[in-house]
Design a protein around this ligand. Structure first.
Ligand SMILES: [Zn+2]
Length: 377
């Protein structure tokens, strides 16, 4: 940014911003960059963070994989790798492996561990954000209250570490580098084995008091519905997420309702998946199409309540189940439009997440960038 743009943004006088910039320049924290666009007169000098100061790291831990990236202070990815991982493993094991992989990425850039200034980590479970610990995580019980920040700081002594729920991190990825860029109020909805959302409110992640905001998968959509793994009945997640789609697909195959699905089931060694149901719907199978639409209607019905409550400008749909295609999206859109108020949908767009699988790791980098210069107690 130019000096005048920075001054405006911070509300500093010209003399003030010049003094601060000179100090940061002498400390080598910022550097001069190229000339910016002219605002009528001479083209102004711009400033940015010193690229040689160090690195930030994004770590996206999924249920079955780990995805890491090393980036500079502009959020540009320098190195990246991913590998299979089992989140049910002990945290020492998985995080130890993550630390080894970060060092491997550093080696490729001739970097050292103490040059990592921030690490952002996304995990598939509920996170108490200030402490950076998981609380009652259904997928990864061994991680309960494990001190992730302290563990990572043993290896990366100069790093601030921020830990957040994977869906919040994906929302942050879209807000910083995807379709949510410049949009102040939007919702990222992840549909996979479970359903969760990340809320961007006034340009920032909204986490609520304890970090639990956005856990929409356990909103009740049917008081007579099946029992969810959380103990309540009729949760959206148990009725509409990947496993529910797969189970309805299996029933359609076994009952003889869909020959297409019966063949798919046999070809996949008796294992039905949401993806197979989606493929069958794409191929024109009526039963599969109905199953996908049923899930879309349920998800859309829940989203309509969120839209009435929050009036977002955009809803982005991501996660593994979003791969099953446009029919799901159409059913969601229809249900939202039918059930939300007219004013709340006037400027609403509902789209698939453009970053897709990259939203997690991009978001983890931006989470790290947001915490690079915070002073932690
Ligand atoms: Zn539930």
């Amino acid at each position: 940014m130019s000096r005048s743009a920075l001054g405006e943004r911070l509300g500093y006088s010209r003399a003030n911003i010049t003094a601060v910039l000179n100090q940061l320049l002498s400390l080598n924290i910022i550097e001069e960059r190229e000339l910016g666009e002219s605002q009528g007169g001479r083209r102004p000098r711009t400033y940015g963070l010193n690229g040689t100061l160090g690195f930030v790291v994004g770590v996206d831990i999924g249920a079955t994989s780990i995805d890491l990236a090393l980036a500079d202070f502009d959020g540009t990815i320098l190195e990246r790798l991913d590998e299979p991982a089992d989140v049910r493993d002990e945290p020492e094991l998985l995080l130890g492996r993550a630390a080894d992989l970060i060092e491997e990425l550093l080696n490729r850039q001739n970097g050292r561990p103490e040059q990592v200034l921030a690490i952002g980590i996304g995990v598939p479970g509920p996170v108490q954000f200030d402490e950076g610990v998981l609380i009652a995580p259904p997928l990864m019980p061994a991680w309960e209250s494990f001190p992730i920040k302290a563990f990572m700081r043993q290896r990366f002594t100069a790093a601030n570490v921020a830990v957040d729920n994977d869906v919040n991190v994906m929302a942050l990825g879209e807000a910083s580098a995807g379709a949510g860029k410049g949009i102040n109020n939007f919702i990222f909805l992840k549909i996979g084995t479970g359903i969760g959302s990340g809320i961007i409110c006034r340009g920032n992640i909204y986490r609520g008091r304890d970090g639990a905001a956005g856990d929409v998968g356990h909103i009740c959509i049917d008081y007579n519905g099946p029992v969810c793994h959380c103990g309540n009945v009729g949760c959206l997640e148990i009725m509409a997420a990947g496993p529910a789609i797969a189970e309805r697909g299996r029933e359609a195959a076994v009952s003889g309702e869909s020959e297409f699905l019966a063949e798919a089931l046999a070809a996949n060694n008796g294992l039905m998946t949401a993806q197979l149901v989606g493929d069958a719907a794409k191929a024109g199978d009526r039963a599969a199409n109905e199953i996908v639409k049923t899930s879309g209607r349920m998800i859309g019905g829940m989203l309509a309540s969120l839209v009435n409550f929050f009036n977002p400008q955009l809803i982005l749909i991501g996660g593994g189940v979003s791969n099953i295609g446009i029919r799901l999206l159409s059913a969601i859109r229809q249900a939202v439009l039918r059930r939300s108020t007219a004013l709340s949908t006037r400027h609403l767009r509902i789209e698939f997440s453009p970053l897709g699988k990259d939203a997690g790791v991009m978001g983890a980098i931006w989470l790290a960038l947001e915490h690079t210069f915070t002073v932690e107690s």
